[in-house]
Design a protein around this ligand. Structure first.
Ligand code: AMO
Length: 429
């Protein structure tokens, strides 16, 4: 029966000298002192095979082998297999256009993304998506345990909710629809409908024209919404607990993937220590940190400065910035006084990973505020219905899944954390 590479050592201890079967991909082939070394790769790791006869193998071919595992300090991982038989199940073309086992620090991002169907074979690249899978699972598991219900809302919508960012239009029979920027309206609707606590993990679409290391035109949004909150501070407490669970699970399940990226996750105490500062205070701190008095917004540079400040003053890589001015937040945000809002952003290792807020749940106040955003009640029949028939105070937030993955692993671009990224130029594979 086929064993996984990670279970070879256990098998050696339990049944010494017994042959085992492995199957996987040929990662590397080397000839040394008359011996042939093949590095085999499966989903659980790499192992060295020692083959006496020169194998007729090409890199990335899929093979099955039988052999005896033995200890060898010089072998990667300290174990190698003395191979008895090799069966080539699927021979890879020798003319492979991408070096799967190449040094990633010397292969540019564009080459990695252009050759995605081959580059994901590299263990360090595959590790990104194993970590991402854990992030999504931990986010969902934690919320389910807090009595949240998972929803799936339509990605074809009649209008946007986030303002500021453009929408992709879709021809829908004889109508024009748009790809959803966020499940904002639907998650609020489900709360108003009495579900009280909902979450959704799904793709969202932003027709943003900029091409930067922090933007994708399609990304996975980890969304939640809950009823009966008093302010954004309740949401910040919930996000801290969610992040602690995510970091704990990544550490528990993905220690080898973290090691491949020389990455660490913050411990619970560091998350607990993270400061909450108002938007105004954030700008003051950034101005003081940089000596530049001309900082007027939470720009990428300010995000970096604030995280450095938090690391130094609180030994935490996270900062929560709340009380954003009304002009910076969407129409659905709950006001704080006349000019501020009950809203927040989460910054992690120099990058915004989350936005959230309490929402306006009062029908009359919602209508009265619309002109501030250049909107009319007729533009928003859905929102009016949502608020008209009994809607509790509520709020929520959304974490950018790729941005969180990027920052956990220390990747230089968010695109590395998307399997098949869509940006202005990239629509393939
Ligand atoms: P916002 O538009 O700030 O808020 O998005 C929430 C989070 O999503 C991530 N994000 C992106 N990631 C990659 N590429 C992009 N182009 C991109 N744009 C946003 C970021 C960001 O913090 N409806 C609100 C959330 C809410 O209030 O519940 C919203 O979508 O990590």
């Amino acid at each position: 029966m086929r064993l996984l590479i990670r279970d070879v050592e256990k098998a050696m201890v339990e049944k010494p000298e017994e042959p085992i079967e492995l199957a996987g991909w040929v990662y590397r082939i080397r000839e040394l002192g008359g011996l042939n070394f093949v590095i085999l790769r499966d989903r659980s790791g790499l192992i060295q095979l020692v083959v006496t006869e020169k194998p007729d193998l090409s890199l990335e071919s899929v093979i099955a082998i039988t052999g005896i595992p033995v200890r060898n300090e010089k072998a990667p991982g300290g174990i190698e297999i003395q191979v008895h038989s090799v069966n080539c199940i699927s021979k890879a073309d020798k003319d492979i256009p991408y070096r799967v086992n190449g040094d990633l620090s010397r292969i540019g991002l564009e080459t990695v993304l252009d050759n995605r169907l081959l580059s994901v074979r590299n263990p360090a690249i595959q590790a990104i998506f194993k970590v991402q899978s854990t992030i999504i699972e931990a986010f969902s598991t934690y919320l389910r345990a807090q009595d949240f219900t998972e929803i799936r809302s339509s990605k074809l919508v009649g209008s946007g909710t986030e303002g500021g960012t453009a929408l992709f239009a879709v021809e829908y029979f004889n109508k024009k629809l748009y790809l959803a920027q966020s499940p904002q309206f639907y998650k609020q609707t489900m709360v108003a409908c009495g579900m009280e606590r909902v979450f959704e993990v799904a793709q969202v679409y932003r027709a943003e024209k900029h091409d930067t290391p922090r933007h994708l035109n399609e990304y996975v949004s980890l969304d939640l919404e809950m009823a009966f909150i008093e302010s954004e501070k309740d949401l910040i407490e919930l996000e801290k607990a969610v992040l602690i669970h995510v970091f704990t699970e990544v550490l528990r399940k993905n220690s080898s993937e973290l090691a491949l990226h020389k990455a660490t996750v913050p411990d619970a105490a560091a998350v607990e220590r993270s400061p909450i500062i108002s938007y105004e205070e954030a700008l003051r701190i950034a101005i003081k940190e940089s000596g530049n008095a001309r900082l007027f917004d939470i720009s990428p540079e300010v995000e970096r400065l604030l995280c450095e400040w938090s690391m130094r003053e609180y030994q935490s890589p996270l900062v929560f910035v709340n009380e954003f001015p009304r002009r910076h937040r969407p129409f659905y945000t709950y006001p704080l006084g006349d000019t501020l809002t009950m809203s927040f952003d989460t910054l992690f290792r120099g990058l915004e990973i989350t936005s959230g807020s309490r929402r306006q749940h009062d029908y009359q106040a919602f209508i009265e505020a619309l002109p501030r955003f250049g909107l009319k009640p007729e533009d928003m029949p859905g929102y009016l219905t949502l608020l008209k028939y009994g809607c509790p105070p509520h709020g929520g937030f959304a974490i950018g899944c790729e941005r969180l993955t990027q920052k956990i692993l220390g990747l230089s671009s968010v695109k590395e954390a998307s399997l098949f990224p869509r940006d202005r130029k990239r629509t393939n594979p």
